[in-house]
Design a protein around this ligand. Structure first.
Ligand code: IPE
Ligand code: IPE
Ligand code: MG
Length: 242
């Protein structure tokens, strides 16, 4: 692969905020605040590097089981970040989209999310997806329900249901699958992120805690990506001939 190749779609589990705070004897929420700053840097660096799609996992459907005060601090932080950052994203060619069950959030937060999406809807430099109240299993279930609904109405036959058709109901419809998955914070698991979409994604795990994940660390992930050979089931020899 040539040096300049940059993954077209990068999906990141931003993990390690709590441990970053604990190391400094700070409350976990201080880690989340610092995590927002890291996200801003990574969004900027991704756009500059030529990434077209960036999907960030900010809050999983399982994260509701955290202590109440942490959940509400996270919601406050989302709201405030949107209020202060939406215009900045809009001015920088970013198109924002939220992936997940967003209608369960407070009316105020939900309105702010819609507003931010609308504010950026004409941009196309960087497609930024923020996965909130997202779960990979939920995504597959809601797609299955949509297919069942159309089948029931007679709009679909059984033979119409194939991978492409099913994929077009997932929240990532109209986007290419991630080329590179990054998880920071040292855990080596998917934690119910994009289960279907990661089928052939290159996986990269970093020990660095999210608040310390700099554009340099992102470049290390890109270097690792460049060193991979994506075979999609073929042999090495077949790929050399291409
Ligand atoms: C990721 O950091 C942020 C969210 C899940 C919202 P964590 O809060 O999971 O940080 P650790 O894993 O406890 O260090
Ligand atoms: C995954 O991180 C979700 C986000 C980063 C938003 P967690 O820290 O919640 O994951 P587990 O539960 O430890 O696997
Ligand atoms: Mg964690």
């Amino acid at each position: 692969m040539s040096e300049e190749i940059v993954p077209n779609h990068v999906a990141i589990i931003m993990d390690g905020n709590g441990r970053w705070a604990r190391q400094r004897k700070l409350p976990r929420t201080a880690g989340h605040k610092e995590g927002v700053k890291a996200s801003q840097e990574i969004i900027k660096a991704s756009g500059e590097a030529g990434v077209r799609y960036l999907t960030l996992f900010a809050f999983s459907s399982e994260n509701w089981s955290r202590p109440k005060n942490e959940v509400s601090a996270l919601m406050d932080l989302f709201l405030r970040s949107l209020e202060t950052e939406a215009q900045n994203l809009a001015d920088n060619g970013v198109r924002l989209k939220f992936l997940g069950q967003v209608d369960t959030f407070s009316q105020k937060l939900f309105d702010q999310m819609l507003r931010a999406e609308q504010l950026t809807e004409n941009n196309d430099k960087l497609f930024l997806n923020i996965a909130v109240n997202y779960g990979g299993k939920w995504d597959i279930c809601q797609a299955a329900k949509a297919v069942a609904e159309e089948y029931k109405k007679g709009m679909l036959t059984l033979s119409d249901i194939d991978e492409a058709n099913f994929e077009s109901r997932l929240v990532t419809k109209d986007m290419p699958a991630p080329d590179l998955f990054i998880r920071t914070g040292g855990e080596t698991r998917i934690s119910n992120f994009l289960l279907w979409q990661l089928a052939y994604t290159e996986l990269y795990f970093s020990e660095v805690l999210w608040p310390e994940f700099t554009p340099d660390e992102l470049n290390k992930a890109f270097d690792a990506y460049r060193s991979r050979q994506r075979r999609f089931g073929k042999t090495q020899e077949q790929l050399k001939k291409q």
